[in-house]
Design a protein around this ligand. Structure first.
Ligand code: GAR
Length: 215
């Protein structure tokens, strides 16, 4: 088995990044994390990745003139490390349609809501304010529109009385840490593919599109 050379793009804490790196430390895992990139040099996750022995680089969007320049720098590093797949993990920069098209079917993202509900920021606050009873997280292929794109898998989290954005975020994050490594494994092994604008799964039993979640 050739493991897919995978980069993780982060902007902050990097807890999803850590869960992917830990899953990929098993030799049988179909993806190998070869690079962690951050648009914020001060991102906490960069230090975590270094400690875990992964190559890291900061590509500071603030010192690049425009998104195209910033993405050209990202692309140079991705090519240098012969990256085949990209995981966005709390990467908070919008990517241009041309960069997204370059990586079509090879770039995935995790979002802390059950898409298409609650795209964008403050998903937990908004779900609570709406009185939603079920919330969760989604891994999807990246398309030019933010937090859209064909869904690979989702995990659900029940909202309980007394939940605050913090308690809910904690339970959703625990599910993210299970869902993302499972989704990356399915994509890296080729069991789940983007065909046109549809997700095709070889074996729905091995790769269910919905995890009821543990909470
Ligand atoms: C995660 O909850 C992730 O789903 C979210 O940012 C957090 C990053 O945490 N991503 C988005 O909101 C993208 N739209 P982490 O840095 O600890 O993985």
């Amino acid at each position: 088995m050739t493991r897919k050379r995978t980069a993780i793009l982060i902007s902050g804490r990097g807890s999803n990044m850590r869960s992917l790196i830990e899953a990929a430390s098993a030799p049988s895992y179909p993806a190998e994390i070869v690079l962690v990139l951050s648009n914020r040099p001060e991102a906490e996750g960069l230090g975590v990745a270094k400690e875990l022995g992964i190559a890291t680089a900061a590509v500071d969007h603030k010192i690049h003139a425009g998104r195209e320049n910033f993405e050209a720098s990202l692309q140079v590093l991705l090519e240098l490390h012969r990256v085949e797949l990209i995981c966005l993990a709390g990467f908070m920069r919008l990517l241009t349609p041309s960069f997204v098209r370059l990586w079509e079917g090879r770039m995935i993202n995790i979002h802390p809501a059950l898409l298409p509900a609650y795209r964008g920021l403050h998903t937990h606050e908004r779900a609570l304010a709406d009185g939603a009873k079920i919330h969760g997280c989604t891994v999807h292929f990246v398309v030019p529109a933010m937090d859209e794109g064909p869904v690979i898998a989702q995990a659900a989290v029940a909202i309980v009385d007394g939940d605050t954005p913090e308690t809910l975020a904690r339970r959703v994050l625990a599910e993210e840490h299970i869902l993302y490594p499972a989704a990356l494994a399915a994509v890296a092994s080729g069991r789940i593919k983007l065909v046109g604008d549809r997700v095709v799964r070889e074996d729905p039993e091995q790769d269910p599109h919905f995890l009821p979640g543990g909470s």
